[in-house]
Design a protein around this ligand. Structure first.
Ligand SMILES: [Zn+2]
Length: 48
């Protein structure tokens, strides 16, 4: 747990770990998939 900061890039989560955990839980509920790279990562690797 880290102090809440307005410049925290992981808002509304407290840190990267909590964001990944929450998104992973959400994804597994919505799509029944394992934790995958973020949409940003996929776009970065898309080459389009
Ligand atoms: Zn955290």
């Amino acid at each position: 747990m880290v102090p809440y900061r307005t410049d925290n890039p992981y808002r509304p989560f407290c840190c990267k770990g909590c964001k990944a955990f929450d998104l992973g839980a959400w994804a597994s509920e919505q799509f029944r998939v394992e934790v995958k790279p973020t949409t940003e990562d996929l776009l970065d690797n898309d080459g389009l």
